[in-house]
Design a binder for this molecule. Structure first.
Ligand code: NDP
Length: 276
């Protein structure tokens, strides 16, 4: 590693962050592009994440920010993209004149994953979106933009209703008990509920007949839901395509270069398989 003083520094900040594949992705792209830069990980447990993120602008040229600090990342910035403001959270910070500009590349990452699962035409697609957290917010912004029609089903119906009210007034809302019925008419199911992290499963689905089931999680967290969906006849897609695409959009914001996403996806699949 080149430790020269003009080497640029980047990192992913989160809690937990040890499992993050972002250093693997970005350091490979940095090496491929011959850049004098390094990408690290920062475990931030602090309650005052906004102030800590602001202070990090004296060290880092750019940050990715993940759970639970994406809202703090937006408020740590002095400028923000329309997308970050619409979602209400940022996953990418770019240092400009010593302060952060906030972006949300999860929206673009989700869009790439949708196209990979469903093809080019997303207008009028009937989407069953499960979950109403941060990832669902990015998904809702993207689905609105592409003209899809969607229902938000969530454990807490009140959270689904709040998300619809704020970002998707045309979306229907439901609880998880309705998933079997709603999945009968969906062109795709998108699962953004983090229940796999707790070892829990989704309620049963209608027969998939080959329709796509996109889980935004990956690795062990997605394994149970993807297995159950495949058993019911759905075609499985995990969250690695979105992960790599949101990373590529962040890399482009920092370096002005579009990196090789296929190579990164391959490396991520190998890393996830090695952990299994
Ligand atoms: P949040 O914590 O913001 O939201 C979690 C969601 O999952 C909520 O809707 C919550 O429901 C639901 N949920 C949590 N536990 C359970 C459970 N036991 N049973 C049913 N529902 C549950 O997380 P995010 O939205 O940020 O992340 C969700 C998933 O998406 C994570 O696995 C994350 O790793 C992944 N992700 C992937 C990305 C990628 O690039 N591939 C990017 C961002 C996220 P309730 O409202 O009732 O609490």
């Amino acid at each position: 590693m080149n430790n020269s003083p003009d080497r640029k520094l980047y990192a992913v900040v989160g809690n937990p962050v040890a499992h993050s594949l972002s250093p693997l992705i970005h350091n490979a792209w940095i090496a491929d592009a011959g850049l004098n830069a390094h990408y690290d990980r920062v475990h931030l447990t602090s309650e005052s994440a906004r102030d800590d993120l602001r202070a990090m602008a004296s060290i880092y040229d750019g940050l990715n920010v993940t759970l639970p600090h994406k809202i703090a990342a937006l408020s740590a910035a002095t400028k923000s993209s329309l997308e970050a403001r619409t979602v209400g959270a940022a996953n990418t910070l770019v240092r400009e004149h010593g302060a952060w500009t906030a972006h949300n590349t999860d929206v673009a990452g989700f869009e790439v994953a949708m196209h990979a699962a469903c093809g080019d035409e997303l207008r009028n697609l009937r989407v069953l979106l499960i979950g109403a957290g941060g990832a669902a917010r990015a998904a809702a912004v993207s689905l609105n933009r592409s003209g899809a029609r969607f229902t938000i089903a969530n454990r807490s119906v009140v959270n689904a209703a709040a998300l619809a009210n704020e970002l998707a007034p045309h979306a229907h809302t439901a609880g998880l008990d309705d998933i079997e019925r709603l999945s009968a008419d969906a062109d795709i199911i998108v699962n953004s509920a983090s229940l796999g992290h707790a070892g829990e499963s989704l309620p049963p689905l209608s027969p998939g007949r080959g329709r796509p089931f996109l889980d935004l999680s990956y690795g062990k967290a997605a394994a149970g839901a993807l297995e159950a969906a495949a058993s019911a006849g759905w075609t499985r897609h995990d969250g690695l395509t979105m992960l790599v695409a949101q990373a590529a959009a962040a890399f482009h914001l920092w370096f002005g270069v579009w990196p090789d996403q296929a190579k990164a996806l391959h490396a991520c699949r190998a890393a996830v398989a090695a952990r299994a």
